[in-house]
Design a protein around this ligand. Structure first.
Ligand SMILES: N[C@@H](CCC(=O)N[C@@H](CS)C(=O)NCC(=O)O)C(=O)O
Length: 126
């Protein structure tokens, strides 16, 4: 549970397709946090998405008590760091600084190399 906190996730209209949105959803699930899922249409983005992520206008965006957090990797780190969002107490990233840096390296690698390939394949699949 998110306690008294209000959590909303601006996500992709087609469930399970965006690896970035799935990353945020998996992090929320690992921490046992409940949230409202608001699907976004790529061709008709909501005013809330444009206001929450004016730079990229992309999902996922986590909105915690009205304050947006953009970018899936930042959302994962935020869920570990944010006071009042302990959830079930599980940490996603390791506390040890070296292990933390290694985890961030691989997360960035997956972001830069693997996810673009996945979205590229999905765009060309018929
Ligand atoms: N670096 C971003 C990438 C997010 C991203 O590319 N989201 C896609 C969905 S898979 C999106 O919102 N696309 C809408 C658009 O390109 O207009 C992250 O990690 O959150």
């Amino acid at each position: 549970m998110a306690g008294d906190a209000e959590l909303k996730l601006l996500g992709w209209w087609a469930p399970g397709v965006s690896p970035y949105v799935l990353r945020a959803q998996m992090a929320l699930a690992v921490k046992g946090l409940s949230y409202e899922y608001l699907p976004e249409d790529r061709w008709s983005k909501s005013d809330l998405l444009v206001a929450s992520n004016p730079v990229y206008k992309k999902v996922p965006v986590l909105i915690h008590d009205g304050r947006p957090v953009c970018e899936s990797l930042h959302i994962v780190e935020y869920l570990d760091d944010a006071p009042g969002l302990a959830g079930n107490g599980t940490s996603i990233l390791p506390a040890d600084p070296y292990s933390h840096a290694v985890a961030r390296f691989w997360a960035a690698y997956v972001n830069d190399k693997l996810f673009p390939s996945c979205t590229g394949i999905l765009k060309t699949a018929k």
